[in-house]
Every structure is written in C-alpha cells, then in structure tokens.
Design a protein around this ligand. Structure first.
Ligand code: FES
Length: 173
C-alpha cells in the first residue's frame, strides 16, 4: 500500500460540519484526493463524525464509485457488452493488458492505470469502445490503436521509459 499523506485529511474534513449526513460527500472527496479510501483516513472520519467505523465501511463498500484499494491515476473501462464484444473488444482488452504487462484487469504496480471491464456504456454505434477517467470515450478501438491510447495518458517520464519504436506510427484513438 502506498504511503498515505495524512496531512491532507484535516483540511478536507474542515470543509464539512462534523455530522453523519456529510459522510458520503467526505468519502467522495477522499476518493478524489487519494484515488481510494485509505484505512487510516476512514478511521479518522469515523472519529471526527462520531460514526462507527463499521458504518463508514458499510457505506464505503456499498457504492461502486468508492474503492478500498489504490486505483490508478487513469481508469480505463473496456466495454465488453454485446456490440463491443462482437466487434473485437476482447482483443483490444488483451492488447491493453499485454502492453501494461498485466495478467488481468486491475491496477498497474506503478499506479498509473486501472483497467476494468464494463457492460455497455451506451454508445454501441461506436463499438468497440473504452472510456477513460469516466469522461473520455475512445471509439472504434483496434489493437493497433491501443499504443496511442495508452501513450496519451501515460506520464511523460513513464512514456519515454516504456515507449516502443513502432508506437509512433499508431493512430491516436
Ligand atoms: S456494448 Fe459497448 S457500448 Fe454498448
């Protein structure tokens, strides 16, 4: 687990009245700040709001937008719904995992990327698609476009360390 910068917690908590009703907005802020909900931070929230830790965990595990394990800086959701599946999404997913040296969906060791699979993100006409960071939709993906897609989100230092010579010719998604 990465080091948790606890000094970020107090200013975040200061923005809210210490009341149970603020639990979800606080968790949303924590998720945004740390990209997950660190244990130590949940304990501090429980103290501050005087809400039992078990209840904080119940809320944290109920909503899909929260994660108890570190997530990557960029979250790539590969759609494996029917339309995307028949147009080659599994091959695109394989290529993403291969390029990121991952055995399956999850988070890369350097915390740059989290790869997830989802069922239909509502733009089947653009299949196969992937959505990055919940806002950028990449349409008509192919294995050849994967290099360009990853490059777009990789940190510059990381990109120059891992870039392969042939990636420059890949079309940007
Ligand atoms: S099946 Fe992929 S967007 Fe609908």
């Amino acid at each position: 687990m990465p080091h948790v910068e606890m000094e970020k917690v107090e200013p975040l908590l200061e923005q809210y009245e210490p009341q149970r009703i603020n639990l979800i907005p606080i968790l949303q802020d924590v998720q945004e700040t740390y990209r997950y909900l660190p244990q130590e931070v949940l304990r501090r929230i429980s103290q501050k709001l005087r809400v039992p830790l078990t209840e904080v965990y119940q809320v944290a595990t109920f909503y899909r937008c929260f994660s108890l394990v570190p997530r990557g800086k960029h979250v790539i959701q590969v759609c494996l719904g029917t339309a995307c599946h028949v147009r080659g999404a599994p091959r695109v997913l394989d290529r993403i995992l291969l390029d990121l040296k991952m055995a399956g969906p999850g988070t890369t060791n350097d915390l740059q990327f989290t790869v997830e699979t989802v069922r239909c993100i509502g733009c089947c006409g653009l299949a196969p698609v992937a959505r990055v960071d919940n806002k950028n939709t990449h349409p008509h993906l192919t294995q050849a476009k994967v290099g360009g897609l990853l490059k777009k989100y990789q940190d510059k230092a990381e990109a120059s360390r891992t870039a392969k010579p042939d990636e420059a010719s890949h079309a940007e998604a």
